[in-house]
Design a protein around this ligand. Structure first.
Ligand code: HEC
Ligand code: HEC
Ligand code: HEC
Length: 111
């Protein structure tokens, strides 16, 4: 009986450490290629913490650097499709009165 509880406890600890590791996966900040109006600085960790979900974005593209560019090249994503997704979430959050991100070109693009 005691042994079983120890096993359950270890299992829970393992599950907890895995989900934490998952939550901190990937670069904290990155620069996304943004075409003519310039690159886009993207605070990755801020979004992981704020959204508490990976799928919010990664159901659209994989968890690899360059995933978006590759899907656009394959014709599986349209140019600006991810951008419109970023912007529409920011707009929705702002409309609710929550903390949000930029919706103007210059708020994201460097040029
Ligand atoms: C708000 C959108 C968003 C959310 C939420 C998000 N990511 Fe990402 N993630 C991105 C973008 C954008 C990239 C860059 C893709 C590219 O380079 O084409 C990326 C890239 C990555 C990469 C590869 C690049 C690197 O830094 O190693 C990993 C790993 C990753 N994400 C893990 C995660 C995990 C784990 C979660 C959930 C805890 C998560 N992401 C949540 C947008 C997001
Ligand atoms: C929330 C941040 C954000 C805002 C606001 C934003 N963009 Fe973007 N933009 C991106 C990201 C990220 C990409 C790269 C991913 C993609 O193409 O969807 C991009 C890509 C682009 C591209 C390159 C598309 C291509 O053909 O390869 C152009 C041009 C562009 N944006 C113009 C604009 C203009 C004009 C505005 C203002 C009306 C704007 N962006 C507002 C984030 C943003
Ligand atoms: C599902 C919702 C959602 C998506 C998708 C999303 N964001 Fe955000 N973004 C947020 C929220 C919420 C905040 C405010 C977080 C905070 O300040 O705690 C934010 C903040 C930001 C900020 C401001 C950071 C700061 O320091 O003030 C930038 C820049 C940004 N997002 C860029 C992007 C880009 C680029 C994408 C697309 C690749 C994107 N976001 C996709 C919800 C989203």
């Amino acid at each position: 009986m005691k042994k079983q509880w120890v096993l359950v406890f270890c299992g829970l600890m393992l599950a907890a450490s895995f989900s934490l590791a998952e939550l901190n996966a990937g670069d904290e900040a990155m620069i996304l290629p943004g075409g003519k109006p310039g690159d886009v600085a993207f605070p990755h960790k801020l979004h992981q913490d704020a959204l508490q979900s990976c799928d919010a974005c990664h159901s659209m593209f994989g968890q690899q650097a360059g995933a978006i560019k590759a899907l656009i090249a394959e014709g599986k994503l349209k140019p600006k499709q991810v951008m419109n997704f970023c912007t529409s979430c920011h707009r929705q959050e702002a409309a609710k009165g929550s903390k949000s991100g930029p919706t103007s070109c210059k708020g994201c693009h460097s040029r």
